[in-house]
Design a protein around this ligand. Structure first.
Ligand code: COA
Ligand code: MG
Length: 290
């Protein structure tokens, strides 16, 4: 089992040269270099050029680099996708994905523009149609690798409000996690817009983690450290998982399919989850300190 940590995934506006440079130094697991919402219409072409140049220059490893193109149906979509097909980005993020046709058209355009086979495609779910199609989108093409919740656009389209517990979004957030898990994809939670709201950010990380998300998309570097902490298993959890695995191996060696560990029933499903946690903790430790 291998896992790649995606606790903290920072959006970086493609039109902001300083941010593109700074991203090479930040302790986030992944970056989404953005050509869409954070770039003004008149800056789109220049941002595309700047992102391609930044990718060619490199220096982003070990961070995973995704590039968010403009949505299908906009005047920039085709040029964005074909320009990025042969870049060294680790994946392309398609915003406002609404139907399997959006996914198939993007995959075909990537392939037709010289992208290597299996080029990962991430989908942002941020419209009512997108949410209603999450399962179909997640299974639309074998190159779909992850789902990203786009909670700002979704809140607007739902005519909902930004409230602390995110109750208006819970159905959508859970639909995204459910579809991601059903298809073996990564699931990333949406951004927290209030930059100075440390306790609200912490609560939304905790909630996203408890819902099952792998990590959180971010808009500012100062939130990376907290996201890394909330989406990593804590040391006591890892210790307990290791003890549980030892007890489980002992039980299996004795031919038992269930055992009792520290007063709780343990079956294979608990062992599998403990193994996932330990594998994730090892992968995070391999990244070194923040
Ligand atoms: N990625 C990389 N670096 C960033 C960054 C980001 N998203 N946001 C800020 N920085 C850098 C700044 O360039 C600055 O660098 P410096 O120390 O070299 O001067 C430093 O972090 C501190 O930034 P700060 O002055 O606090 O913020 P700002 O006023 O420059 O920018 C925002 C604030 C919100 C405009 C900016 O964070 C941003 O554009 N975020 C991303 C927005 C986005 O992508 N939206 C679409 C997805 S929702
Ligand atoms: Mg958006």
């Amino acid at each position: 089992m291998t896992v790649r940590p995606r606790r903290s995934v920072l959006y970086v506006p493609g039109s902001n040269a300083k941010a593109l440079a700074k991203a090479r130094t930040l302790p986030c697991d992944a970056l989404i270099l953005d050509l869409e919402d954070s770039v003004a219409p008149e800056a789109k072409e220049a941002a595309r050029g700047a992102v391609l140049a930044a990718l060619a220059e490199g220096g982003y490893a070990p961070r995973e680099i995704l590039v968010r193109v403009n949505a299908r149906g906009t005047e920039w979509f085709e040029a964005d996708v074909s320009a990025l097909a042969r870049s060294c980005a680790d994946g392309l993020v398609l915003p406002k994905a609404e139907s399997p046709t959006d996914v198939l058209a993007t995959a075909a355009l990537l392939a037709g523009s010289g992208a290597p086979p299996g080029h990962p495609l991430w989908l942002t779910i941020e419209t009512p149609r997108g949410v209603l199609s999450t399962a179909a989108l997640a299974g639309a093409h074998p190159d779909v690798a992850g789902l990203v919740a786009g909670t700002s656009d979704l809140t607007k389209d739902l005519r909902a409000r930004h409230v602390p517990g995110r109750e208006p979004l819970l159905f959508s957030l859970s639909s995204i996690v459910l579809a991601a898990r059903a298809h073996g994809l990564v699931a990333l939670d949406g951004v927290h817009l209030a930059l100075d709201d440390e306790s609200g950010f912490a609560a939304s990380c905790r909630q996203g983690r408890d819902l099952g998300f792998d990590g959180k998309t971010l808009i500012h570097p100062r939130t990376i450290e907290a996201a890394n902490r909330f989406f990593a298993p804590d040391p006591e959890e890892v210790d307990a998982a290791q003890r549980l695995l030892a007890a489980w191996r002992q039980a299996r060696a004795e031919g038992r399919g269930v055992t009792v560990f520290e007063g709780r029933l343990v079956e294979e499903l608990h062992a599998l989850e403990a193994e996932r946690l330990v594998t994730l903790a090892v992968a995070i430790a391999a990244l070194g300190p923040d």
